[in-house]
Every structure is written in structure tokens, then in C-alpha cells.
Design a binder for this molecule. Structure first.
Ligand SMILES: [Zn+2]
Length: 259
């Protein structure tokens, strides 16, 4: 057989920007070997009549950080054709989190993302299988995931981890910033694809207080972005707000540009 799988009668959108066209797709050893015309025989033929056949979508903004621990299907993204999903957006996440801050971080997600705290507590269980960010990545790897996953380290859990409850009340000291910067670097080395934050006034968390990242100075955010430059890879995402918008992003990218 020339193909393992042949998809026929579909409306192909090939991802090049070209308009949809009727055609067939031939797949061999996990790779597309025929596109448009696939005249050879296949071990399995899928009739895609009435459906679109296209590359998987990359959903760059999701908040599956907690859900992925109990739902390896990442319901419902794959049903929409998503094949890669990015976690940690807006600086939210569940790692690193000390045992005594679990309630706080869940209550923050409940407020900012409208998630059910009851569901989060139930799904994450009494004993979370991680504390640090590298341990969190290990936990994801162990339970597995139905689609590709990329995770950014979030400023909110990071700040709560280092400053404790004061993270929602004050700026960080130089020493605390250095500690956080070290953790960002360690997280990138463990596999994080970047660092994420939020300065948005809409992000209000536990007890109606601003989420921890909103208390960060622009200087703190710039410091925490430096490991991206040092390692020469990774991305930064943020929900913009006072002290973090286009001008600051300009400066951050110039300060960390690849040499
Ligand atoms: Zn978000």
C-alpha cells in the first residue's frame, strides 16, 4: 500500500493561506505524502464528506493549568481541532505552589478565570503531585496528554511562592526578584516555553485583591524576562496594564534580543 491512511472527499485548507479546495490526502508513516491528488491505495480510507481537512490549530491562550492534572484529553480543545495548546497565560498557573498556598492559588483561579473552586479542589486532590515548576512538568508528562502541550511559568504562582501572602500587597525586594529570576531560568531549563504575567486591572483574585503580578514593578518584570535572553529562547506573554504595554515590550525584546 502506498498510503497507510487516505482521506477523501474533504474540503482541504492546507494552511498556506490558499482557499479551500476539494481533494484527497495520503498519509504514510505519519507523514503527508500526497496532497490534493492521492491516487494510490491505502490501508484505511476515511470519507471526510462535508468536513474540512486542515492542519491542527495551535491554541496559544488557554488556562488548562489545573485541569491537565486530571483530564489528559484537555476537554474540549481537541474536539475543535486543536492539536497544540499553550498553558500559563496571563501569568496564572498552579506551579510553583507550596502546600500552604494551595487554597489561595485555587481561589485566585476561581476569581480571575471563573473556574469552579470545588472542581479544582476535587480534580487536584488533597495531595498535589508537584510543588516546583519542574515537578509540575514531570506530573504532566507522567499523566500524559492527548494533544501537544507547551507551558509558560506564570508570574502569579511564582510571586506567591517567593513573597507569600504579601505578594498581593507590595513590590518585591531585590533579593526576592533575584530568587524569582532564578526560578524562571530553572523552569525554562526544565522545559517551560516562556514567562507570562499580567498587569491588567481586570485581574482581581483572592479576597478581591489584585493578582500578585499586578504588584510587580516594571523593573521586576524586566528582570524576570532576562533568562529568556540569557538562554536565547522562549517567549513572553502578558495581559497588558499600567507599566506593561507596547513600549515596555519593545524595551524587553530589545534588551533580550538574540546576539
Ligand atoms: Zn488568559
Amino acid at each position: 500500500m502506498a498510503y497507510d491512511i487516505k482521506i477523501i472527499n474533504g474540503s482541504i485548507i492546507d494552511g498556506s493561506g490558499a482557499k479551500a479546495y476539494a481533494g484527497e490526502v495520503g498519509i504514510k508513516d505519519g507523514k503527508i505524502v500526497a496532497l490534493g491528488n492521492a491516487p494510490e491505495d491505502a490501508a484505511e480510507v476515511i470519507d471526510a464528506k462535508g468536513n474540512v481537512v486542515c492542519p491542527g490549530f495551535v491554541d496559544i491562550h488557554t488556562h488548562y493549568d489545573a485541569q491537565i492534572i486530571w483530564d489528559r484529553m484537555l476537554t474540549i480543545s481537541p474536539w475543535h481541532g486543536v492539536t497544540t495548546t499553550v498553558l500559563g497565560n496571563c501569568g496564572f498557573g498552579v506551579a510553583p505552589t507550596r502546600a500552604e498556598h494551595r487554597d489561595l492559588i485555587v481561589r485566585t483561579l476561581e476569581k480571575v478565570e471563573g473556574m469552579s473552586a470545588e472542581t479544582l479542589f476535587e480534580g487536584l486532590g488533597q495531595d498535589w503531585p508537584f510543588e516546583t515548576f519542574p515537578e509540575y512538568l514531570d506530573a504532566i508528562e507522567k499523566s500524559g496528554s492527548a494533544i501537544n502541550v507547551a507551558v509558560m511559568i506564570g508570574h502569579t504562582p511564582l510571586r506567591l511562592y517567593v513573597l507569600g501572602e504579601e505578594s498581593t500587597d507590595r513590590e518585591a525586594t531585590e533579593e526576592e526578584i533575584a530568587t524569582m529570576r532564578g526560578i524562571v531560568k530553572e523552569s525554562l531549563e526544565a522545559g517551560a516555553i516562556g514567562f507570562a504575567s499580567s498587569k491588567s486591572f481586570t485581574h482581581t483574585g483572592y479576597k478581591g485583591k489584585p493578582v500578585p503580578s499586578r504588584l510587580a514593578s516594571t523593573e521586576e518584570i524586566k528582570e524576570l524576562a532576562r533568562p529568556l535572553g540569557e538562554l536565547g529562547r522562549g517567549i513572553m506573554q502578558a495581559t497588558v496594564g499600567p507599566g506593561l504595554s507596547f513600549d515596555e515590550f519593545d524595551e524587553i525584546s530589545l534588551e533580550n534580543k538574540a546576539t
